[in-house]
Design a binder for this molecule. Structure first.
Ligand SMILES: *[C@@H]1O[C@H](CO)[C@@H](O)[C@H](O)[C@H]1NC(C)=O
Ligand SMILES: *[C@@H]1O[C@H](CO)[C@@H](O)[C@H](O)[C@H]1NC(C)=O
Ligand SMILES: *[C@@H]1O[C@H](CO)[C@@H](O)[C@H](O)[C@H]1NC(C)=O
Ligand SMILES: *[C@@H]1O[C@H](CO)[C@@H](O)[C@H](O)[C@H]1NC(C)=O
Ligand SMILES: *[C@@H]1O[C@H](CO)[C@@H](O)[C@H](O)[C@H]1NC(C)=O
Length: 821
């Protein structure tokens, strides 16, 4: 700031001429004189600064800047941007290469990189980014996590001796390892990571076993209704449907003493050995010994370091007890090969799966191996010994943070991927995303070299500790919350960047529109139809934000609109993805997931364009009207739920999507509870609440009107920018810049308006009233979670409270949109 200059003194002196002479001088006259000088020079400074900032506000790089040339005044216009937006887009499409992506993938998958165990990968990543031209640093946190020490799983049976005495005999000792495959070097590394669960409890339990299907809340409800004895038993559950930690959570709540999780090939669709498909490495079916590691944290309660909920795990930070955040009973992940003897031991014991209901006979994949899918429990003479020994430590982990400063102060876009993996490989999860992120940064580095500077600051993040419970990103968001709250426009996430050929996205509806435009601009690697884009071969389904990756703290805790993209698998012809297994390796990626790394390149282009669009256009590319429309759809889902209570219909499982089934089975409805039919009538209550929803619809009407109005304002402004205003036409520029700022302010803070300070019931860390992981699904996005959970537990009073909260928040955000900033 310029120092007060003497030039101003005469002006101020002349003002003082009119002052009565004979009055005694006020003692504070000197102060006043000083203040006047200071004020007027400050004013002069601000006028000058405004003129400069308005004249040189970087409007001139809008995509359709050719219009500017049409107007013939471009020669008069000073363009501060050496690289226009169109040129930037060209760079982003031209720079990423399959060869480079493959090189990065090869590096990241060369050795183990479990959370907090591989500093050299963090350093390498930082150095690469700096080499690309982006200044970077390592940000460390001290977090509480576990590393595996020992494990055992054995089937033990009591045998009568001839002399009537009995002895216990180990009839099966599970291998708990994944086979070494000659072709796949990752599978034979000496330092490969054992099979275990993140945040699992140590324990050594021996008990009969019960088959609990997917271990969803409703699966356990079915078991309670069928009077299957659960207390003191060990559960064997198949993976799938819901987040694994919640399977353990429910088992624990019902008094079970341990959990075994296995991968049933029935969930692999038609790509199974049973249907004649060769398993990996000969073919695309599941390698029979593959094991899904993973975290058993109670993710839907709070992610991050469980000892520091809501604040960063800096060295010396106070630590909370972990009860209620992670399991207290041991659990262990196994392959289906290891599961077979245990499942067979259940044959003939307890009800058959078919005796319960249709959800128990879906995707049964081991009948051909002699498994009858009986529920059990096994008799007391047939027990399982489950030993899980974990070492818990508080240890540093390392995020890498790279920054490109923008020209607009306090507008920040964040682009992230996690680096840590459960296995030495991780070619899909997460290092396809790491390779993509590197290619994106390399592209922006190229633009920087040509003199480009973004409008908004871009922060790139390589998170550590995602796998244990989104730890690195959550601690970082918790540390920088005040700054992010003020400055963060959006968070873009790529976790598994590529595991197959099908583009897939989940996002805050504010961002749907930029996903469409980026997908339209990138050629699909699938050129069956020449010229087709990623958009052309995409199902156009954008899922709601739940949890399961690093966007969670941004979206659900800080109210920052987020998206998550990647090329996925799961369609009938896709190779089975060996999730969290040794076979998620470079060799698998090279031969099955993405031969030629062509989808890696396409993903880098998509991610780069998403980043460019948000970072480098004068107007933030959100669509507020569409947000309101999506919220209307979400309310109608709540309505459907009430309708199902009012007039229950039989569900046709065959016609339901896997997602819908998971949501239904993961619902928190305690159907086994005996309710006194006279005390209250749930149908009547549901009907009353349904009427109440009209209040939410009405408030959404306002939000939609204001949102669409804002979108129109934005469009008009885009038109004005396209037409262009020469730098010397200061008044016109001043109005334009003022209007742009006003529109951007309203877009930027819209999502923040949906934060509720007290958080959701029983999980106050989750602050967003629209988005949260389902309480009992974990990954899937529940919409209006406070309301939906109250309906599930038939707490109508609380449901009405949530209707009120939701209505107020929506009305508040609508009226905020209406106020020009
Ligand atoms: C860290 O990662 C690198 C690259 O993947 C690997 O070569 C190295 O073995 C890993 N180091 C440790 C200590 O696991
Ligand atoms: C685990 O429990 C079994 C049976 O109670 C016992 O034989 C074994 O020694 C225990 N193992 C460990 C490591 O404590
Ligand atoms: C479960 O037990 C209760 C009470 O002990 C009994 O009323 C009910 O019929 C039993 N249900 C089944 C499915 O066996
Ligand atoms: C970006 O801006 C910040 C704050 O003005 C500054 O501290 C930092 O050094 C800048 N970084 C780069 C790479 O220019
Ligand atoms: C490739 O493109 C064709 C033509 O659009 C489409 O039918 C096919 O499903 C696509 N395949 C994949 C794997 O995307």
């Amino acid at each position: 700031m310029a120092p007060p200059s003497t030039e101003h003194t005469p002006l101020i002196a002349s003002v003082r001429v009119g002052a009565p002479h004979r009055r005694p001088r006020y003692s504070h006259n000197v102060t006043r004189r000083f203040c006047t000088i200071a004020c007027s020079s400050t004013l002069a400074f601000f006028i000058l600064a405004t003129i400069i900032s308005v004249a040189f506000y970087p409007l001139e790089h809008f995509p359709h800047h050719r219009h500017r040339h049409d107007h013939g005044w471009s020669t008069l216009s000073w363009d501060p941007r050496k690289v226009t937006y169109d040129q930037l887009r060209r760079i982003i499409l031209d720079v990423p290469s399959s060869e480079k992506a493959e090189e990065w993938s090869r590096y990241y998958t060369a050795g183990p990189h479990l959370a907090g165990k591989n500093l050299s990968q963090a350093v390498w990543t930082k150095e690469k980014w700096e080499e690309f031209g982006v200044s970077s640093q390592i940000v460390a946190y001290d977090v509480y996590i576990n590393y595996p020490v020992d494990h055992r799983l054995a089937l033990i049976e009591k045998q009568e001796q001839e002399d009537k005495a009995s002895t216990w005999r180990v009839s099966y000792e599970a291998s708990l390892t994944e086979d070494i495959i000659e072709d796949d070097p990752t599978s034979s590394l000496d330092d490969r990571i054992p099979t275990f669960h993140g945040y699992s409890a140590s324990g050594n339990v021996t008990a009969p076993v019960v088959y609990v299907n997917y271990g969803t809340f409703q699966d356990f409800e079915d078991l309670l209704k069928a009077n299957v004895s659960l207390g003191g038993k060990i559960a064997i559950a198949r993976y799938g449907g819901i987040f694994r930690g919640l399977k353990v959570k429910r088992a624990q709540e019902l008094g079970m003493v341990g959990v075994i999780l296995y991968s049933d090939p029935g969930d692999d669709g038609d790509i199974t050995e049973e249907k004649g498909v060769a398993p990996y490495p000969e073919g695309p079916a599941r390698q029979p010994t593959s094991v899904q590691r993973g975290s058993t944290q109670f993710l839907s309660i709070a992610p991050g370091d469980p000892t520091t909920p809501g604040y960063p795990s800096k060295p010396g930070a106070p630590r909370q007890p972990v009860d209620g955040a992670i399991p207290s009973i041991p659990s262990i992940p196994i392959s289906y090969v290891d599961a077979l003897p245990i499942l067979k031991a259940l044959n003939g014991h307890g009800p058959a799966a078919g005796d319960l209901n249709q959800y128990w006979t879906r995707n049964i994949g081991l009948r051909y191996k002699g498994v009858h899918y009986n529920i059990g429990p096994t008799p007391d003479e047939v027990v399982v010994n489950l030993l899980n020994q974990q070492e818990y430590v508080t240890t540093p982990l390392w995020n890498v943070i790279g920054i490109i400063n923008g020209t607009i102060p306090n507008d920040v876009l964040i682009v992230g991927n996690h680096r840590d993996a459960w296995i030495a490989g991780g070619a899909g999860d997460p290092n396809s995303g790491s390779a993509v992120l590197n290619e994106v940064i390399r592209s922006f580095g190229e633009a920087l070299r040509l003199g480009w500077k973004p409008l908004r600051t871009i922060v790139f993040a390589s998170w550590d500790g995602e796998e244990y419970g989104l730890v690195g990103s959550t601690e970082w968001v918790e540390e920088y919350l005040p700054w992010l709250n003020e400055a963060n426009v959006a968070y873009l996430n790529v976790d598994v960047g590529v595991k197959g050929p099908h583009f897939s996205a989940s996002a805050s509806p504010l961002l749907d529109n930029i996903i469409h435009s980026a997908a339209r601009s990138v050629l699909s690697p699938n050129q069956t139809v020449p010229g087709q884009t990623v958009f052309d071969v995409w199902d156009k389904n954008i899922r709601t934000m739940g949890s399961g990756s690093d966007f969670t703290a941004f979206q659900d805790f800080a109210g920052i609109p987020s998206l998550d993209v990647g090329f996925g698998s799961g369609a009938p012809d896709d190779a089975v993805y060996h999730y969290h297994s040794n076979y998620d390796s470079f060799y698998w990626m090279e031969n099955f997931g993405d031969p030629g790394f062509i989808y890696h390149k396409a993903m880098s282009q998509v991610m780069g364009l998403l980043t460019a669009q948000l970072a480098d256009l004068p107007i933030i590319s959100f669509k507020a009207g569409h947000y309101a429309e999506s919220l209307e759809k979400y309310v109608s889902k709540v309505e459907d739920k009430l309708d199902a209570l009012i007039s229950p219909k039989a569900m046709d499982v065959d016609s339901m999507s896997e997602e819908a089934i998971s949501e239904l089975r993961g619902s928190h409805r305690e159907t086994s509870k005996v309710v006194d039919a006279n005390a209250y009538n749930p149908r009547r209550e549901a009907r009353i609440l349904k009427e109440d929803l009209s209040r939410i619809y009405k408030s959404l009407g306002h939000l939609k009107a204001e949102g669409e109005q804002l979108d129109r304002e934005a469009e008009i402004l885009e038109g004005r920018i396209r037409e262009g205003i020469p730098w010397w036409n200061l008044p016109a520029r001043w109005f334009l810049v003022r209007d742009i700022r006003s529109v951007n302010q309203r877009y930027k803070y819209l999502d923040r308006k949906f934060l509720y300070a007290d958080g959701l019931d029983g999980r106050p860390w989750f602050k967003h009233i629209v988005f949260a992981p389902g309480l009992w699904t974990g990954y899937a996005g529940a919409v209006f979670p406070g309301l939906v959970e109250s309906i599930d537990v038939e707490d109508w009073e609380n449901a009405r409270r949530w209707v009120g909260i939701i209505e107020t928040k929506i009305l508040f955000s609508a009226s905020d949109l209406a106020v020009r900033k």
